[in-house]
Design a protein around this ligand. Structure first.
Ligand code: SF4
Length: 471
């Protein structure tokens, strides 16, 4: 997916005017947010579980090289081949090579953010392969030539009516608004793809080093179909997916599913450790696991390493007032919402995603929702500091902050500024007592969609002096 994060302000403005998008977002994020709250409330000590999960992920990041090697040794002993990809191009080349080696023409895929990140579908199609996304949301996105807008709910931006029209147009289906009918129709189409594909590609939610196990968590069972029906299975996983032990997996999976979809456990939690054994009734003959770096090792060496603890549950997106209003596409890349505003600049360079660290009110709802307690507001602030250091902050903002700092450090200037602001807002106050519009560039943006409350008629200092005088 082409990076377009610097267009965030324009894209967000358009998104705010899109009534259909606003309806879909309110429904999708609202339901997911409430479902997570309900699921977490069932846990006796949710914060203790979150601390345990955080410790597991941070420990894994600390010992990443050793754990990756242990994972490789253990899964290789069971017949899988582990390959290492330094970047997106290397990873895509490896997949194409595997496809050629096994004379693959048709590929089925389950949902994977890592493959979105590296533009795998485009690379495979350019190499002449046919690729079918099998997660229902991703299938719809693919049919529509669209891109996913949420880590967990790829079509949260679409309404049911849009899906109805799409299926009628692209698949010739008799239009229906019934989700069950739409799903059954898609399932039939996908079943044909599963049965004819020579290669299945999946991501991984976790890689367990202790046992050499790949874990795939889905609600539709398509991950299991992709990894067991075609004779060749390729797993593409970011290196940060490795965890130490089955015990850590037991902790993390409880939080992943509760945080992502509000379920105690997803419908399918698939654990696999290599190709089918001779006495297995089914399963792939060949399993490849590609460990993707693509900038992760570099991030691990910085103060932003904590961002790699993300387990891609999407809870911070659903909790974020910015995401709830602008949706995922406005962020201009694969990862959206609060964690996207951190990861996109880290993976692509802060100058190439300069508006994203500012796409937050720093309210802290993301950190409060995060099952591994990533301090996203702090990471965003640090990215803002990096932007200032890189000379990327707006001159108007820098001048405004410099003037503010000067005024706040001088009681005289502070008082004068307050008096000027009171005078100005009095002149601009409408009949309802609110300041309708501040006619100043930059500050005026604040009042484009909201009223600005007028300053109090008298400052605290004035009131205090009057009180002292007894007047
Ligand atoms: S940052 Fe936390 S809440 Fe957001 S997707 Fe990652 S794990 Fe989930």
């Amino acid at each position: 997916m082409e990076l377009n994060a610097n267009a965030f302000p324009q894209a967000a403005t358009i998104a705010l005017q899109d009534v259909q998008l606003q309806t879909a977002l309110a429904r999708g994020t609202g339901n997911a947010y409430q479902a997570r709250l309900r699921a977490m409330s069932e846990v006796t000590d949710a914060d203790a579980l979150r601390r345990q999960a955080r410790a597991a992920k941070l420990r894994a990041l600390q010992n990443l090289p050793e754990l990756l090697e242990r994972f490789e040794v253990n899964i290789a002993q069971r017949g899988a081949t582990v390959l290492w990809a330094e970047d997106a191009d290397a990873c895509n080349r490896l997949v194409i090579d595997i496809a050629r080696r096994h004379s693959v023409e048709r590929v089925v895929k389950s949902k994977s953010m890592a493959t979105e990140e590296i533009g795998l579908n485009h690379a495979l199609e350019s190499a002449g392969l046919s690729v079918v996304e099998t997660d229902l949301g991703e299938y719809i996105v693919q049919l529509d030539g669209d891109t996913p807008s949420h880590i967990v709910m790829p079509i949260v931006h679409k309404t049911r009516e849009q899906v109805r029209d799409l299926f009628a147009e692209k698949l010739g289906m008799t239009p229906s608004d019934d989700p069950e009918v739409l799903t059954a129709f898609a399932r039939q189409k996908l079943r044909e793809a599963f049965l004819s594909a020579e290669m299945g590609i999946t991501g991984a939610n976790f890689l367990i080093a202790e046992t050499g196990t790949v874990v795939i968590v889905t609600n539709e069972g398509n991950g299991r179909m992709c990894s067991s029906l075609p004779p060749v299975h390729v797993v593409i996983a970011g290196i940060e997916k490795v965890i130490e032990s089955v015990a850590d997996f037991a902790t993390l999976v409880q939080l992943l599913t509760r945080s992502a979809t509000g379920q105690r456990l997803s419908s399918y939690v698939h654990l696999m450790s290599g190709p089918a054994a001779p006495d297995d009734p089914d399963g792939p003959s060949h399993v490849y696991v590609i460990l993707l770096d693509n900038g992760r090792s570099r991030i691990r060496e910085t103060d932003y390493a904590e961002a790699l603890a993300c387990i891609r549950c999407g809870a911070c997106l659903n909790a974020c007032p910015v995401y709830q209003n602008v949706g995922g596409h406005a962020y201009g890349w694969v990862y959206s919402g609060p964690i996207g505003a951190v990861i996109t600049p880290l993976l692509n360079g802060v100058k190439n995603a300069a508006p994203l660290p500012y796409a937050s009110s720093l309210c802290g709802a993301c950190q409060a929702a995060c099952p591994v307690m990533i301090n996203i507001p702090d990471l965003l602030l640090r990215l803002r500091a990096d932007l200032v250091e890189a000379g990327e902050s707006s001159p108007a903002l820098s001048a405004g902050i410099a003037a503010w700092a000067r005024a706040m450090s001088s009681p005289r200037l502070y008082e004068l500024g307050g008096a000027a602001a009171r005078l100005a807002t009095r002149a601009l106050t409408a009949a309802n007592g609110q300041v309708q519009r501040i006619p100043v560039p930059l500050l005026g943006n604040w009042t484009t969609n909201r009223d600005f409350p007028p300053f109090a008629a008298k400052s605290f200092r004035q009131l205090w002096r009057e009180r002292q005088r007894g007047s």
